[in-house]
Design a protein around this ligand. Sequence first.
Ligand code: SF4
Ligand code: SF4
Ligand code: SF4
Length: 317
Amino acid sequence: MGQQISRRLFLKGGLATAAGLAASSIPGTAAATQPDEAKQLATLLDIRKCIGCEACMEACSEVNFNKYPDPKKPFPKMYPNRVPVEDWSAKKDVNDRLTPYNWLFIQHAEVEINGQETELTIPRRCMHCVNPPCVKLCPWGAAKQLENGISRIDADICLGGSKCRKVCPWHFPQRQTGTGLYLDLMPSMAGNGVMYKCDRCYNRIADGESPACIEACPEDVQTIGPRDEIVKKAHALADEIDGYIYGENENGGTNTIYVSPVPFAELNKAIEKGKGKPHLKSVENTMAQANNLAAAMFVAPIAGIAAAVGKFYKRTK
Ligand code: SF4
Ligand code: SF4
Ligand code: SF4
């Protein structure tokens, strides 16, 4: 009954209030703002050091457990039947790819170093792009970029349409059906779930702590700091080991910078790729493409309104 009253309130009077909130929020929406690189935090990953022990993955699951989806079943039937169900709730233990329950996994690459067959292990999760298309092109304002460069998807607002996954050059975000706002708003017509990915432990960083994967690593594979310092460290390390850099310029620049003793083109050939298993190819700046720039300008105000309506709806529930 309470929920019915809330819905009626939302549909009758609430929309006007939400629209007012939206109007005031548009200039500040993530989609409308430009990134300030000077304030962004980046991580450096020294691939040589990683031993593939998976302590980082376990730590990620432990600290982010309460952010994982808890879907309601049976799932509503979709009309039209074009959005496939993506249900990982019975496969929470899958850890050899990204899923809504596994935001970080380890890729394996057999390569030759100084004539010796060597296995390298590479921790993979969202790159936290400096100018993230997942944020700029999310039609609901559910994906946001924080001032420190972290991009995250607000599970309270996301409708699971998966635009973020489509526009991400690595297709990082993963959908879980049967959870989120669509169940209340448009159970048979929306994107059918919520998208999940690494949020760089934004809440831990806000509390002055390190991301769990960094803290748990016994080999100190990752270093976190202001982006300009991390870029300098990455170049110094690459010079020292005669190595290669990935992430500094990919997609116009990311806040995740890998240094490897072998070229990334070789690593990319050696890793298993596919759904939930991202590549290591070089990536052009997707947000510099005219169609994406135009789409971002179009999406920003709509996303601002949608996000404000979504927030208001959550409050009335
Ligand atoms: S890597 Fe993909 S999901 Fe992560 S911030 Fe960039 S576009 Fe978004
Ligand atoms: S930064 Fe946090 S959320 Fe992202 S992979 Fe590491 S532990 Fe997981
Ligand atoms: S905890 Fe460190 S060494 Fe172990 S797999 Fe993760 S990054 Fe590699």
